[in-house]
Write a new protein. Sequence first.
Length: 432
Amino acid sequence: MDSFDLAVVGGGPAGLATVLAAQARAPHWRVCWYRGTRAGFLPAYAGLDPVHRLNVPVERMGLDAERPHDFLAWLRARHPERGAQPGDFVPRNWFGDYLEARMASLPAPPGLETREFDVQHLVRDAAGWRLIDARGGEAHARRVALCLGLPGGQAPPHAPAHWIADPWAWWRALPQGRLPLAADATVLLVGSGLTAVDLALGLRARGFAGTIRVVSTSGRWSTAHAPTPPLPAAEAAALDAAAEAAGSARGLLRLLRAHARRHPWRAVVDALRAGTCRYWAALPLAEQARLLRHAFGAWNRHRHRMAPDVLAALEADAGLRLERGRILVDADGRIHCRRGDATLPVEATLVLDCRGPAFRAALSGDGLLARLVREGVLDAHPLGTGVRRPADASLAVLGAARFGEAFETLAIPELRQQAVDVLRDWQGGAGA
């Protein structure tokens, strides 16, 4: 059985960031990277159309925590014809190309071994961990980094056949060219976050001329980026200290609103960005749950912004209707929209569920994360959205599965910093 200093499980950006951090900080380690069976950096950064754009400026998307401008530098060196400039919101598949290039630059065995298999089981022994893959093969590692991401969405009970729970899987399976939808068809997008934005733009780019109906509980798009001067340093420091001491969801929201009345709200949200996980951790569990119930959607609309021209394109689309309501499916598979006291039937040719990642679904079913929880290797977080930090220091969880214990854990800046932090902890003695 092969033996490694580190096994990285997961083929997405978090997995790649962890491998890169290991190469930079512990180049003598022997690393095994289980990338899984899915090729490319799907669904977020591959298999997309040019209209699918990053919602973060290009200069902040580097995968190396010590070189956050690396993506911009790579674009300028490899593709000068694209003319990338700071502040640009470039196509997401360009970032996928960058990830592939970073992966291609990794060392060959014996320093790094890449396995295109899914890990099925993780078993602790006296010297570390046995990893059993889908073929029945085994490897041993002193340390394991789990970078598992999240499954696609789950359809509600009784959902009809034209309800697509994982719209990106549906998108990737489409034939090239125009979509197989009639010109008078209606497509219902459930949710109005960035997934809905991408699907609406993609439908139009692929020639769909029918009605796009977007329904969400807020009835609002994510906001757009705009040039905003940062808060003065003293004001930002005072806001940071007050946010960590807020003690309740209501107190935190009251603080945010008070500052947003005196300063541009984008500057207030940006000032809170670096400390979000600290403010979250300082809240009691009941207050965390309250914040998720009442403010998570509003925070996401203001925090995860889109390019200004993307919002302008949506607002200019005469065939696109954005509505406030809650989409329900009855026991007979009929779709309804509830708005206030009224519940009305919804007729749609196709329904694309754009409500975002299935945090809770990751802890059920037959995925590796759910199995590790059932087998007692990991503990589910009390909020039911992810897992706790493992008590065993030789095991680390990065990325989406940490949601609940951490609040900001999905974006590239968080992933690259988590990778550095994990390597730093291991080099400092944890899990050595």
